[in-house]
Write a protein that binds this ligand. Structure first.
Ligand code: PLP
Length: 414
């Protein structure tokens, strides 16, 4: 028995229960034992080709391999990243839709951008407002920083649940004079919802109201934005951020992982936006110190690759990326059409890597097991079952919804 704490007392030592990788491995084992034809693997959260391989855009990795060795070997120009990368992130992400003061900090993936916001904007014991159904890392980040969480329901019928968001924010402001709110949009993980412009306007109106009481930080996680059907249209909602009050900041967390299919290169960015330059500066100062104290600087080759792809290979990049956007659309349309016909209930899906079936957690647990008995592997999320259409060839999607509904009926009847 370990008698003393060799790590900090204040944070739970319960190991991460990785609900994804455990099931990914079970699916792998099943494929080995039964042959790939007998298994439906809907667990993997990365984009896969129709041939069942990880999708890696040629233009991206050709660019990387043609970089000078000294570029790959080098440190970044600074702790906030390279100037050309930071500028290119503004151009590519905001696409001329945002006109307030802004700065960019390069980060290791979108994870780095989300983590530093949660870490640097709240003090231990304070509360961060999160979506009730969400990427698991948000709550882990909260835990590691000794933060409480308050969650909002995502949907009121088929729409964004603005009233639930309001309630969560009001409850939080009763306890503290700071508001940090996470919204993962567009292509929400794991439901595939994307908010309308009107819904974004309602959010900003409300947060502006909150900002009369206390400073407000909106963290908009856009990890999947480059796979939104609208493409450039999907970036227009950033202009809504032009209307934020002088007591509010927006942090846009961008990731190359999905945008460039370069998950392992660990590159992303935090875009800091505010009406007042001092707000942007304050965030930047803290984020730069945080960066320097944790990862120091970001993968130089990944930053150079991003700039090279967008400067010199844009047509290829668009063509290669859009082919996958189209493939995602074919897969999701097939699944949704068949789910509709079968009466299989899912959260409102618009676009993105995942569809999530809607159910309570007790049914979910029994259903998840029953699916695996039929060699259908999925990932459990809060109040649902995540189906990773991003990694399933069309032939695997075909007929899946019907099979899943039949298994669900059996579980519910038992
Ligand atoms: N945000 C969401 C919602 C995600 O699903 C992911 C990756 O799975 C990320 C952020 C960050 O990924 P990365 O750190 O690889 O950029």
């Amino acid at each position: 028995d370990i008698m003393n704490n060799f790590v900090k007392d204040s944070v739970s030592q319960t190991p991460i229960v990785d609900t994804v990788f455990a099931i990914v491995n079970r699916a792998k084992e099943a494929k080995k034992a039964l042959g790939p034809e007998a298994v439906t693997d809907a667990t993997i959260g990365s984009l896969f080709t129709e041939a069942g391989e990880l999708a890696a855009l040629d233009c991206v990795f050709d660019s990387l391999k043609h970089l000078d060795n000294k570029v790959l070997a080098s440190y970044a120009a600074g702790f906030t990243g390279n100037p050309d990368f930071r500028e290119k992130v503004i151009d590519w992400v905001l696409d001329g839709n945002s006109h307030l003061y802004r700065e960019v900090i390069a980060t290791p993936g979108g994870t780095g951008a989300v983590a530093m916001t949660i870490q640097e904007c709240l003090d231990p014991g304070q509360t961060v407002v999160l979506p009730e159904i969400a990427w698991g890392s948000y709550s882990l980040m909260a835990q590691m920083n000794n933060l409480e969480t308050e969650t909002y329901e995502l949907f009121d019928g088929d729409h964004f649940h603005i009233e639930s968001l309001k309630a969560a924010c009001r409850k939080t402001m009763e306890k503290q004079d700071k508001l940090v709110v996470v919204i993962n949009d567009p292509c929400h993980n794991p439901t595939g919802y994307s908010m309308t412009r009107k819904e974004w306007e309602q959010v900003i109106d409300f947060l502006n109201e909150c900002s009369r009481r206390c400073p407000v930080v909106l963290l908009n996680d856009i990890a999947y934005i480059d796979f939104a059907y609208g493409q450039k249209e999907a970036k227009k909602y950033f202009s809504v951020f032009d209307d934020i009050s002088g007591n509010m900041a927006v942090v846009v967390a961008f990731s190359l992982s999905k945008s460039m299919t370069s998950y392992g290169m660990r590159c992303g960015a935090a875009i800091l936006i505010a009406k007042e330059p001092q707000i942007v500066q304050q965030l930047k100062t803290m984020f730069e110190k945080d960066a320097r104290a944790t990862w120091s600087n970001v993968n130089n080759g990944a930053m150079a690759m991003f700039v090279d792809v967008l400067d010199n290979h844009l047509a290829d990049y668009d063509a290669q990326r859009l082919a996958y956007v189209d493939l995602l659309k074919q897969r999701s349309e097939l699944f949704l059409k068949e789910a509709g016909a079968a009466g299989l209930k899912h959260y409102p899906y618009k676009e993105g890597f995942f569809v999530t079936l809607a159910m309570d957690n007790s049914l979910r647990d029994r259903y998840h097991e029953a699916l695996m008995e039929e060699h259908i592997y999925t990932v459990k999320v809060n109040k649902g079952i995540r189906v990773a259409i991003c990694s399933m060839p069309l032939e695997k999607v075909r007929g899946l919804a019907r099979r899943m509904k039949d298994i669900l009926d059996r579980v519910q009847a038992a």
